[in-house]
Design a protein around this ligand. Structure first.
Ligand code: NAD
Length: 291
């Protein structure tokens, strides 16, 4: 079993990005600048945004955090987005999800200038991705492709089962892995909450991407020998033995699945850190495209 080490791979990627930034600056170019909008005080969202800001510092980007209270109106948020769209110095920005219930998420994502949409959530970028055109790839699927590529996991002609059809992970993952591209050319099945014969499907899968958000859902009896496992799930599970009162659980039961796996991502330290590194990569790309 080989661990797909997202912590190490993302660290390598950040070193590469930092090197590119150095070269841009040496030539008198503009320092990439990422902004993040955070609405409210959700613990996980704050952790993610802080990690993104920290990653910016590490690679030599400028960063701006727009921190708004929970009760922020949709109109105010749309105004903040407009300001970032019009700010020449900002190369890319993200709106941290989920948003408070009174705000229409779709409306917000549509308001982001697609050229600055480094999360790749705007319909223009989703459409371009689906048509194999240059676009910003959503960071989590992009990170998974990068991991598979760097560890030389063969995907061409393989049976892939993606569990989950969300717009940010499952759906784009299934599109990307079926495309003619590195870490692609696979035969992909998308499973979801209405799928009836999931175990039958997963038992035939060469690669399984678990992105459903149910802790330790995928168990050893559901996978075949030699499978490659990508565990996207991150759920906080109560754990009184931990100082912070919880542990992070993936969607895969690591204890029973890893002995049968050729490659597997751990949680934490697998897909999570890759997501942040790919956001940095998209920001660098946005800056290079603009200048
Ligand atoms: P989501 O929560 O929006 O949707 C879950 C999906 O799982 C749905 O499409 C649903 O149909 C499917 N599903 C639910 N129950 C199922 C079942 N019993 N069998 C098969 N499919 C089922 O999904 P999401 O936003 O992609 O998040 C999934 C998980 O990935 C969460 O734990 C989330 O925290 C995590 N996540 C991690 C990262 C990262 O960087 N590592 C990024 C995004 C999401």
């Amino acid at each position: 079993m080989i661990l797909l080490d997202g912590k190490k791979t993302s660290a390598d990627l950040k070193v590469e990005i930092a090197e590119s930034v150095k070269q841009i600056k040496a030539k008198g170019g503009k320092t990439p600048h990422l902004a993040a909008i955070l609405v409210g005080t959700d613990g996980a969202s704050m952790t993610y945004v802080n990690a993104k800001v920290k990653a910016c510092e590490l690679v030599g980007f400028n960063s701006t955090l727009v921190d708004l209270p929970e009760e922020t109106s949709e109109e105010t948020l749309l105004n903040e987005i407009k300001k970032l769209n019009n700010n020449e110095d900002i190369d890319g920005f993200i709106v941290q999800l989920p948003l408070p219930k009174h705000i229409d998420e779709q409306k917000v994502l549509m308001a982001v200038n697609p050229d600055k949409d480094v999360d790749g959530f705007h319909p223009t970028n989703v459409g371009r991705m689906a048509l194999d055109l240059p676009s910003f790839l959503p960071a989590t699927p992009y990170g998974i492709l990068e991991l598979l590529e760097r560890y030389k996991v063969e995907t061409s002609g393989k049976n892939v089962v993606v569990i989950g059809r969300s717009h940010i992970v499952g759906r784009p993952m299934s599109i990307l892995m079926s495309q003619k591209r590195p870490a692609g050319d696979a035969t992909v099945t998308v499973a979801h909450s209405r799928t009836k014969n999931l175990k039958e499907l997963t038992l035939k899968a060469d690669i399984i991407v678990a992105a459903l958000g149910i802790p330790e859902f995928l168990t050893g009896d559901m996978v075949k020998e030699g499978v490659t496992i990508i565990d996207v799930g991150i759920t906080r599970v109560n754990d009184t033995s931990k100082k912070r009162g919880y542990r992070l659980a993936g969607d895969v039961d690591f204890a029973t699945v890893s002995p049968k796996s050729a490659f597997i991502t751990p949680v934490p330290g697998g897909v999570g850190p890759m997501t942040i590194a790919m956001l940095m990569k998209n920001t660098l790309l946005a800056c290079e495209r603009k200048n």
